[in-house]
Design a protein around this ligand. Structure first.
Ligand code: B16
Ligand code: MG
Length: 215
């Protein structure tokens, strides 16, 4: 069937751009400064999770506890490290197939939005030069409830003036797939089926998408 969906909503980190490695480096440096080791495998637990929730998971792994005030300070430090990394990214950090898909959707007049937990979304899309492809940006700066709550995607649909049922979400995190399904949207998992239960279909990267089937 073609022409079924009217809009595409993209998660940012891990779907459009490979920022997970920079989040990892920043969290690892922070863990080292607190005298414990943080591994790539640990980093998987933080994908799609908000900054504060990520810090809670990290501190739990390190067996440490801090006051809310101290945690705010540590999260700020981590973000400063992360921002230093992403201030240097460019188009080469985009994941395979991203620009071709965004160009195609624009040509076909399919509405597009970003639905990301990241408060750094404006900086990232500016650095990548992809702002022009999106009709709406729903991100960590405007939402109150983290994925798997559907708020970030519901807001994106409303900003695009489309119904949730008319949207396809592209997500690389388990909580993001749940958020999309909680929003009543079609969910494409960008990653492995075993890592992303509950999605409606799975692709390894955006370059693999069969757009005729969805739009
Ligand atoms: P920030 P997404 C998420 O972005 C990341 O996957 C996650 O690792 C990060 O902790 C979260 O954004 C918050 O990011 O610290 O930049 O506000 O995958 O929802 O695009
Ligand atoms: Mg993601």
């Amino acid at each position: 069937m073609s022409g079924k969906y009217k809009a595409a909503i993209f998660d940012l980190d891990g779907v459009l751009v490979d920022t997970a490695k920079y989040h990892f480096l920043a969290w690892k440096e922070l863990a080292e400064s607190l005298n414990f080791e943080f591994t790539q495998k640990d980093n998987e637990l933080l994908k799609g999770v908000s900054r504060m929730e990520s810090l809670n998971i990290l501190l739990h792994l390190g067996g440490l506890a801090f006051s809310d005030e101290e945690k705010e300070k540590i999260a700020r430090e981590k973000n400063e490290r992360y921002v230093e990394y992403i201030s240097k990214i460019d188009e080469s950090d985009l994941l395979p197939g991203t620009v071709a898909l965004l160009e195609e959707l624009q040509y076909r007049e399919i509405k597009t939005a970003i639905g990301s937990a990241s408060k750094n979304t404006p900086l990232i899309i500016e650095r990548l030069g992809i702002k022009k492809y999106f009709g709406a940006i729903s991100d960590g700066n405007i939402i109150k409830r983290a994925k798997p709550d559907p708020e970030v995607f519901i807001k994106a649909a409303s900003m695009l003036s489309v119904l949730p049922g008319d949207c396809v979400v592209f997500e690389d995190a388990r909580a993001g797939i749940q958020a999309a399904k909680n929003a009543g949207m079609y969910a494409v998992g960008v990653g492995k089926k075993e890592d992303l239960p509950g999605a409606d279909e799975w692709i390894a990267s955006l370059g693999e998408l069969n757009t005729d089937k969805l739009f």
